[in-house]
Design a protein around this ligand. Structure first.
Ligand code: NAP
Length: 456
């Protein structure tokens, strides 16, 4: 892929970046492996954590500059870009403060003697990351692995090279040694060759099923661990006793944030028939108020999609859904503009034989399903190839908790949208992938959980 920055607001090419060569990859592997075998990686965690503290400070002090880079490169509203940088700082600080506790030895009771599990780094990790959260996706891999002592080689999405460089630069400025985090502009074949290298011990990918399947099979072929954070078709359930105003407001945010390009965005709204008409009316009103425009303009509420291709894919999906019987309730087409805008869109009457029923729509398109009762809501929620997140709105929290336990996803939020925070595990089941990032679980994915036993 050609690495280049094209502003999605007007499709102007800002800068093209040359690809790294095989010789660059060789040098990177050598350096990262040397770091892995050094005292920095194998010795006390205390020498690594200050880098994360410094990085958190740097992210905060460079917030505005980083936010602008992301907004110009992938179209995120400027306020949302700032929030992304803030959560990156939170994640860096969280692991700086907690990694030592998470990686401390854990005692096991056994008749065989004194037993404990130690946590050690395993080697170089290959990270493959998407453009939709161009910093947050990177810090989710960097922070736990830097704390654990694993060097990371990162291939970022080809449409966000400026974000990739800016992030790598800050990591170095924070004091990370050469090799701790290396950004490479490389092809899929080169990623595959890196995964095959014996010095590499794991692969972490966030992205589409296609890319996930390719990377996980390469890792499996060489008997290496992988984690996959893939797509989602999350439900947003509105029960008959929900606070409708809150459900509408949060639902609109859950569908339109980042122009709808969020793995955990609310994609399928499952609404109880008693409140369905009112919900749809208020939801449509809110979509009508949306102001599309320059994502750098603070008053804009819906920015462009990340690329021309993204608009084409979404247009095709919406047209096909309608051809196969869905009703276009609102919006439905690209906006007339030189940028990559797509109207906020609402589809209803989607039947199970419509491809839209199972597809992820990566843009501002809401699907509305009306159900008779909680049983039908759960059945519909679980009738999905994905299993990432989900939300349930109800004034009866016990009722919502019962449903949350039955939804086949990695995360469920009650009376809030599927969110993220450094201390909470993030990840899914089914075709949404496997493994967890963030929290204490995330840092244990790529460490050797080594058992030591002293026989008495
Ligand atoms: P994508 O095409 O899979 O791209 C993601 C990354 O994978 C990019 O760096 C891409 O590089 C690379 N890639 C693609 N094919 C590859 C291959 N065969 N081998 C190695 N690398 C490969 O994903 P996308 O469509 O841009 O991103 C959106 C998807 O990511 C959605 O499905 C979304 O739900 C999911 N996502 C999931 C999470 C989560 O945490 N679960 C978070 C964000 C996004 P190029 O850019 O060079 O093609």
């Amino acid at each position: 892929m050609a690495y280049q920055t094209v502003n999605p607001f007007n499709n102007q090419l800002i800068k093209a970046y040359p690809n790294h060569s095989d010789a660059d990859i060789k040098a990177t592997l050598r350096q990262a492996d040397a770091l892995y075998h050094s005292e920095w990686a194998k010795g006390s965690i205390d020498q690594r954590l200050p880098v994360l503290h410094k990085l958190a400070d740097l992210l905060e002090s460079h917030q505005e500059e980083l936010a602008k880079i992301a907004t110009q490169e992938m179209g995120k509203l400027i306020a949302q870009s700032r929030s992304e940088v803030q959560i990156c700082a939170q994640i860096a600080r969280y692991y700086a403060d907690n990694a030592k506790k998470f990686l401390a030895p854990v005692k096991y009771d056994t008749d065989l003697g004194d037993a404990w599990v130690e946590h050690h780094p395993i080697g170089i990790i290959m990270a493959v990351e998407p453009w939709n959260f161009p910093y947050y996706q990177l810090i989710r891999v960097l922070a736990p692995n830097l704390a654990a002592g694993n060097p990371v080689i990162c291939k970022h999405a080809s449409i966000v090279p400026h974000c990739a460089e800016a992030f790598a630069h800050l990591v170095r400025e924070a004091g990370a040694p050469e090799g701790a985090w290396t950004n490479l502009f490389i092809s899929s074949d080169q990623v595959s060759a890196i995964i095959a290298d014996p010095r590499v011990q794991g692969a972490a990918l966030t992205g589409s099923e296609k890319a996930g399947s390719a990377v996980a099979s390469q890792a499996a072929k060489h008997i290496k661990k992988s984690t996959l954070e893939l797509g989602g078709n999350d439900v947003f359930m509105v029960l008959d006793d929900a606070d409708l105003e809150k459900a509408v407001k949060t639902g609109v945010q859950a569908r339109l944030a980042n122009a709808g390009q969020v793995c955990t965005a609310a994609k399928r709204f499952i609404v109880h028939q008693k409140v369905a008409d009112q919900f749809l009316r208020q939801f449509t009103d809110a979509f009508q108020q949306v102001k599309m425009g320059d994502p750098l303009d603070e008053s804009t509420t819906l920015g462009p999609l990340s690329s021309k291709d993204a608009v084409e894919t979404l247009s095709k999906q919406v047209s096909e859904a309608v051809q196969k019987g869905a009703k276009l309730h609102f919006g439905g087409k690209p906006a007339n503009s030189e940028g990559n805008f797509f109207e906020p869109t609402i589809l209803t009457h989607i039947t199970r034989d419509n491809p839209a029923y199972f597809e992820e729509f990566f843009g501002p398109v809401a699907q509305i399903y009306v159900v008779q009762d909680d049983e039908e809501a759960v059945r519909l929620a679980n009738d999905s190839h994905y299993g990432l997140g989900g939300a349930i709105f109800s004034r009866d929290v016990e009722r919502a908790k019962g449903l949350a336990s039955r939804i086949e996803t990695g995360m469920v939020y009650i009376n809030w949208l599927t969110d993220t925070s450094a201390e909470l595990p993030f990840g899914g089941v089914k075709r949404s992938g496997f493994g967890r990032e963030l929290s204490d679980l995330g840092i244990k994915e790529f460490v050797n959980q080594k058992l030591v036993v002293v026989r008495q």
